[in-house]
Design a protein around this ligand. Structure first.
Ligand SMILES: [Zn+2]
Length: 219
């Protein structure tokens, strides 16, 4: 039987009674303290354990930053940390990812979670991600997937003002053919099921979500 406070949030570093369910997806297992979701906690563990994000002197670009993750990353003095978004105002750079306007190879790590599905010309965005990543850098990319091979495109009404789009609207649900799209611009892609590195007990205790990471590096 689960004991009270036997769960632990790795983002706010707190013992919590459990992770609240906000819907059918375990993605919405919010931390009652910092409101982080299961996939944010999995990403944080990857950054910490696999990339040593807390000690490396690197330049990080965080696109459409998840608030609780952003707070965590902002607290790390070893990073040059830049946040960017098209619609949100409390970021360092307001930009359209298809025309990022950032200098070539400016970042050693790019975090791009649940962004591409909101961009009509995702191929242009992927090209920009490639362009602004340093030669030894890493792009950590996540998207909602249908777990199949083929991306399903949705045909959203064109010529609508950007402000009329709700955050839930997606241009597509990706299949694993996303890997081909990433390779087309020159990325080497590693598909990482990071949650598999944890025991079932840890998954429950830490409230993790089984999110697939597309880890992209320059060839
Ligand atoms: Zn938390």
């Amino acid at each position: 039987m689960a004991q009270a406070h036997d769960h632990y949030c790795v983002i706010c570093d707190n013992r919590v009674p459990g992770f609240e369910h906000g819907g059918k997806s375990n993605d919405r297992k919010f931390c009652p303290n910092c409101r982080s979701k299961g996939r944010y906690r999995l990403i944080w563990l990857y950054l910490l354990r696999e990339l040593s994000i807390d000690i490396k002197q690197i330049r990080v670009l965080h696109l459409a930053p998840e608030h609780s993750l952003m707070k965590k990353l902002k607290s790390l003095d070893n990073l040059v940390y830049i946040t960017a978004d098209l619609m949100v105002t409390d970021v360092d750079v307001r930009m359209d990812l298809t025309r990022a306007g950032l200098v070539d190879r400016a970042f050693d790590l790019i975090l791009c979670n649940h962004v591409l599905e909101h961009i009509e010309d995702d191929a242009a965005a992927i090209k920009e991600l490639y362009r602004v990543l340093s030669m030894a850098g890493e792009l950590l990319l996540t998207v909602p997937t249908n777990k199949g091979l083929v991306t399903e495109e949705y045909h959203l009404a064109q010529d609508r003002p950007l402000s009329s789009f709700t955050p839930e609207e997606h241009y597509r649900e990706y299949g694993f053919d996303l890997v081909d799209k990433l390779r087309d611009v020159g990325f080497a892609v590693e598909v990482v099921w990071y949650m598999k590195r944890f025991s079932l007990q840890e998954v429950r205790r830490l409230g993790l979500k089984n999110e697939v990471f597309f880890v992209c590096r320059k060839r």
